[in-house]
Design a protein around this ligand. Sequence first.
Ligand code: SF4
Length: 897
Amino acid sequence: MFVAPEPPPVRSTCPYCGVGCGIVARADGTIAGDPDHPANAGRLCSKGSALAETLGDTSRLLYPSWRGQRIGWSEALDLIAGTFTDTIAQHGPDAVALYGSGQFLTEDYYVANKLMKGFIGTANIDTNSRLCMASSVAGHVRAFGEDVVPGCYDDIEAADLMVLVGSNAAWCHPVLFQRMMAAKAERGTRIIVIDPRRTASCDGADLHLALRPGSDVALFAGLLAHLAETEALASRFIEAHSSGFAATLAEAHQTAPSLDKIAALTDLPPEAILAFYAEFAATERVVTFYSQGVNQSSAGTDKVNAILNCHLATGRIGRPGMGPFSLTGQPNAMGGREVGGLANQLAAHMSFAEPADVDRVRRFWQAPRMAQRPGLKAVELFDAVLDGKVKALWILATNPAVSLPRSDRVRAALDACPFVVVSDCWPTDTTAHADLVLPAAGFAEKDGTVTNSERYISRQRAFKPPPGEARPDWWALCEVGRRMGFGEGFAYAHPAEIFREHAALSAFENDGARAFDLGGFAGLSLAEYERLEPTQWPVPKGARRGGRLFGDGRFMHKDSKARFVPTPWRGLAEAADADRPLSLNTGRQRDQWHTMTRTGLVARLAQHTSEPFLDIHPRDAEAAELVDGGLAQIGSRHGAAVMRVRLSEDQRRGEVFASMHWNDRFASTGPIDRLVGAHVDPVSGQPEFKATPVALQPRPILWQGLLLRRAEAAFAPDDTYWSRTAIDGGFAYALAGCAPLAATGDGPSPDWVASMLGTPARRDLVVYADPARGVFRYASFVEGVLDEGLLDEGLLDSCLFVARESASLPAPDLLARIFATPLAPAARTRLLSGRAGAGRSAGRTICACFGVGRDTLVETIAEEGLDSVAAIGKALRAGTNCGSCIPELKALLPAPA
Ligand code: SF4
């Protein structure tokens, strides 16, 4: 018998964070870490480990649609080309705009940038990297003359001290964090975390500086002054390889004239500041990792330069185990920067500030209408849409109705815009405001390249066909270019041809003027592109150089010197006051990614943080009359939301924290960015996401509920709080009511119950009511019949539990456990009597890989006397796969005697 050989595994790249882990997709539908990829050597975090569970999704966008009606691709592309052409003819090129994404592959990014800046003639193309990395880009350009991350991940193993500033790497770059922990275990590397919150990254830290939000510039200006006072400067390096040191040091003395002043600005104990300064000064091999706590600030670029100044002043850059290291948030934010995806960039690390660069790109592209000046940055761009200056907008691979500050204003802008196109894989809060929706191919369905935080270019390879009529973004962009009459500029048949051109442009008239040089890839054949191994740039023609940059003291400014940049002190754009006394910080959760379009599909990723909690210090909660698990009305100058309260001693007093992920599709809370103001850094244009003044008020909870359904529920806007998570076979909704339930007689009205449960064609509804206790339970079965008060086996279609107190509700994990299988009569009896499911609740999931809950861990640790993470792993497997949960496992262990 002939047995067809199994297709070979496909090596590709994880589509989430900027670590850029390699993956191997096998024909049996599994996805594992690529043991040969330099970024991860086979490891994946909880999100990467669950990638295979996102592939069978049935909620994908399958066909182009115009105002809700299916249309063909040809008609859709003609609509875009025609509307763009007409708009440009009537209002000029600046009346059209593109808004893209760090989820783009480099090839998508390249053609989008070329179309807008070279052929349409406007630089009104910005991306969600503006919300993520723009301050690092601007800081690098100011200091180095080019947007370059000088170091490599190998510096982790070579460093003696790692400083994490505004970076919760344990949750946001988990595979790198595990590498940091391994280096610490192996060679005793010291770790200092600088972050207002005590995060999972503080696990293993030797020192945590919980500084006041926004005060990083003062801390690092003080460090620069300290390095000078203690003669820890690299004077010869400063002399030979830099400029601007004296003015920068003078400015640092202005900002940080004394330890007392630094302590006052940062709200840190003087001895802790001195301990950090002394350790930095005494350690040659020091890497400073920084991320959104630095970038997402109205002083983000100065924060970046304050860090870079300290590395330049000590000459600690570009050599093993030392240097500043910006950790990029998105999988291809770096690739976007390489093609000039931001509105103020030109392609291939060239600049609008240099007329020769503009002319060079024009000649290379043979561009008919080369943009001559920077375009609108993200916040300005959506303001211009609302003002009617931008009249046709194409959004690709991003969800600005959730992720941009003042998200209600963004939604209003989309509604006001005459022509909005959105390309995405799924329906989102943004597609809900689009005229034309295009189905995009997802990460598993398209070919191209991405660049990670350490400048490694990796292939993303398709390993399954796109569903329906989904198509790659580069194809749609090129089709529009052709239909606008730019055929020759967009005649690509394969992403390899785009990559070759991108590489050739990087080398065009370069001669060492730009570090970003992929000249060695300019002649890549299709077969070589298919085989391309992860490669670190620069890759000049005739050499495969990669490696660290600037170790020789040569930088990319015209004089080959680095520049110190004075960083004058300024506080937060909006300070808390008597009306809004708390400062709202926003950020990521461990197991979710961006606006949850993909991770929100996976049941085991939903259980670690199941609701959009508002974390608050217990004493602040007490002052605001809030309780753990209660609801709070949170309001800023820009918007309001109702959130579930979670007490946390990891918060500083006066500050609260909320997740960036949730949105209208997942919770009544909606996007937290509805509350965030649009104060941007004057250089980078990056908004301040981490310090919005807010006021809190308690909301009474009159009833609580738990709803499980096979189909998604639709909620009318009212006073019901709801939050949705994926479970095996359906969805679970946590409910809470701030207003009395619509009631008939002794219980909730049948109409309301029916609207919650949904109405399948054949249904047996079983009801349990205890009006005296305020407990009501409803179970709906799609098959099975009543039999002497009990039911034969049938599938639970939906169930609803309502009670005055949450203690009267079943544990969600027990209920979810019985959802996927037919129920025997005894199990139904337990369900209706309130003893749902069998066994005990595992509690909130801590280990997502093996589904181990907090209650199980606590009980097993106590019963078996476990005293180490290794012992937990042996007993329960928790922590033995991706390692993302290890900090939380450690926190559950008994304190050493
Ligand atoms: Fe993906 Fe996790 Fe690796 Fe980031 S650390 S690339 S999310 S597997």
